[in-house]
Design a protein around this ligand. Sequence first.
Ligand SMILES: *Cc1c(COP(=O)(O)O)cnc(C)c1O
Length: 430
Amino acid sequence: MGIGSTDGIDADWEQEGSEVRAMAENANAINAEPAKSFPELQPATRVLLGPGPSNINSRVMRAMAAPVVGHLDPDFVRVMEDIKKLLRLVFRTANEITFPVSGTGSAGMETALMNLLEEGDEAVIGVNGVFGERMADAAGRLGARVHRVEAEWGRVIEPERIEAALKAANKPKLLGIVHAETSTGALQPVEGLGAMAHRYGALMLLDAVTSLACVPVEIDGWEVDACYSCTQKGLSAPPGLSPVTFSERALAVVRGRKSKCRSWYFDLAMIEKYWGAERVYHHTAPITMNYALYEALRIVNEEGLEGRWRRHRENAAALQAGLGALGLAPAAQEGYRLPQLAVVKIPAGIDDAQVRGELLRNFNIEIAGGLGPFKGKVWRIGTLGESSRREHVTLVLGALETILASMGIEVARGAALAAADRAYREFASA
Ligand SMILES: *Cc1c(COP(=O)(O)O)cnc(C)c1O
């Protein structure tokens, strides 16, 4: 897929089936009526088993009800300092510059690319799904020369091919890799890539948007120089912030820029003065979102990263076993499947939108369809953060069995739940 086709992906997001269209028509009808008819907000309490947002712990929602104070209030400054400490624990880094960018995961991506790349720089970027495509698109927009290292959707990128691209590039400035490719369910091995980038004089940039707090992310251990994530996936807070971290090596590149950062909002040199000791006003931090992130990080810290990774592996083993018993085959390469997001092929003759519509209407469950070339071909079932729970695995397997059976697919009744149960027992005794 070329850069021009990203429009098609955006359109896919918007064409999420008849549900969304009906809602849009409703909205138009409401617009035609007088203001007094605007209804109170009444969103359903869904079981969120898509690729994010994930379900949110009630502690996080309560934290968001805390009083809003000024963005330089000592009470807020204390929260900022603790968020930085907690984020260093989650990223497993000693990096001083570790903080949440105001904006979603993509804002963290722009912050990294805009500060590390200048016009004419060479960047090697792994592309094996939507999010590698997005990174390549964003780097190209900055005037960087992008060397794409592609792999088939669902497969990971071989390190030899990454090395060949670094070698072929002329003084590569950056190697960009997506850790958990949310569009395909593939987990890219990252260990060793940081050292490899450094051998060629490049910085290592990692997209950990769907991996942080679900599977190991070792910023210092893997020699990653810049990394971005989000709040609404593994951390299970609402969308709105993008935790980032930058190594000393990355900061040296930022300080040595020939030109100013092209973005005013994402200029690290300026944001650093607000999040650092100087406390210079840059923009008004989203206070409430930072409360949410703080509480979500406290929850991660209480559970512990190892426990959290284990919980994701356990529920994934059960979910994947159950999906297999339903005859739903995984789309990602064996041995490299994400434990927090199962991407499975839709059986022939089954209507994607109808199944997802029934899951939502009759079972209150959200799962996601495919993007780009995977549209209509896969379902993406996420068990991220708070959503990774045994009762959710059981619920979605039971619901899928019921719906598929009603559509004439031959499923052995009870087989999925039995397979999941067996997987839980095996996991406990392993
Ligand atoms: C979700 C996602 C993003 C984008 O994050 P937003 O919060 O939607 O801006 C980037 N990369 C990956 C791998 C993702 O899954």
